[in-house]
Design a protein around this ligand. Structure first.
Ligand code: GLU
Length: 328
């Protein structure tokens, strides 16, 4: 059996983080070089040829278009390179779902692309990074991993990047998956898929955006007024995602202001600030009459990513934006 050759793209995050002590809370995400991580992995005897490439050394709260473009270029090259079998991206967990979803929208499904992170820095007692990485190698090396879109490996689970969201600030088991559950359970010794690949042979759904339009998330709160909407339009927002209450609700004056924004050509997507659940059209808000879009299964962070991609591609009318969210 030939061992797989896996491109490992490093961006930073806790998996590459180091603290001043094994028991303290403070640490610097992204401090360790990817080579150092790979050297640690060598001691695990993993059956894979890992090819490291540093893209960034940052906490993922600082990731943006430049790093995303570098990642996209590196992934696209590797997908075309017959010498590379799969891609692993080491990433901070804060925005792993955003990077994962953006790549999922803009890459074909021809080889496994796996994001992996950690909740504890590499030198902390009980660090999870090496286990998560070993699990990611197990997934990326597996013949059944192709044709599932971009995946996130954390906490011994394999999640679709479309479905994953960070749901805990510090627990090792920090990610949840909605509306689909995990694609597989994984350990360094074992991998169990819960179904066959369902996206084999898919082309990239969208072109990688040439720039990121200003799309803002507005979180609804009881008693708020419409001024935050006006302020967003005042700074030139090209799209607005409402992190609404319940089924994407907000006080009446806010919904009216959002409808005015939509009428002026700024697409508005209603998502929810609730941890999990669908936001459907025309439940308590008359989307048909007001020109608004329902986010369906996408939470605010991922709704923003999709809306940025759509607006960058010139898709702004409510019907077309809704169709993209329905497909999401
Ligand atoms: N905030 C940092 C980041 O997202 C560290 C958190 C983590 O990786 O778990 O990169």
């Amino acid at each position: 059996m030939t061992i797989p050759r896996i491109l490992v793209l490093g961006t930073g995050g806790t998996i590459a983080g180091a603290g001043s002590s094994a028991t303290g809370a403070a640490y610097r995400p992204g401090d360790l070089a990817l080579e150092t991580l790979i050297t640690h992995l060598d001691t695990l005897g993993l059956a894979a040829d890992l090819v490291p490439q540093d893209v960034a050394k940052i906490g993922s709260q600082d990731i943006g278009w430049a790093e995303w473009q570098a990642l996209h270029i590196a992934c696209a090259r590797a997908l075309d390179d017959p010498a590379i079998d799969a891609i692993i991206i080491t990433h901070g967990t804060d925005t792993a779902e955003e990077t994962g979803f953006l790549l999922d929208l803009t890459l074909p499904t021809t080889k496994p692309v796996v994001l992996v992170g950690a909740m504890r820095p590499a030198d902390a007692v009980g660090a999870d990074g090496m286990r998560n990485f070993a699990n990611a190698v197990k997934v990326a090396s597996d013949a059944q991993a192709t044709g599932r879109g971009v995946m996130l490996v954390m906490g011994d689970a394999v999640l679709s990047a479309r479905d994953a969201r960070k749901a805990a600030t510090s627990a090792i088991d920090a990610f949840r998956s909605f509306p689909r559950g995990p694609l597989a359970r994984v350990s360094p010794a074992r991998l169990d898929w819960f179904g066959p690949p369902n996206r084999a042979g898919e082309a990239a759904r969208y072109a990688f955006p040439a720039a990121l339009p200003r799309v803002a998330i507005l979180t609804a709160g009881a008693g708020m007024d419409e001024q935050p909407v006006e302020a967003l339009l005042g700074i030139g927002a090209k799209g607005i995602v409402l992190a609404g209450m319940g089924q994407g609700n907000a006080p009446r004056v806010v919904i009216e202001a959002l409808a005015r924004a939509a009428a002026s050509g700024v697409p508005v997507v209603r998502a929810t600030r609730v941890d999990e659940g669908l936001v459907d059209r025309n439940v308590e808000v008359d989307d048909d009459a007001l020109g608004l879009v329902a986010a369906r299964a996408l939470g605010p962070a991922k709704a923003r990513v999709l809306l940025m991609v759509l607006v960058a591609g010139g898709v702004t009318d409510a019907a077309s934006v809704q169709a993209a969210f329905d497909a999401g």
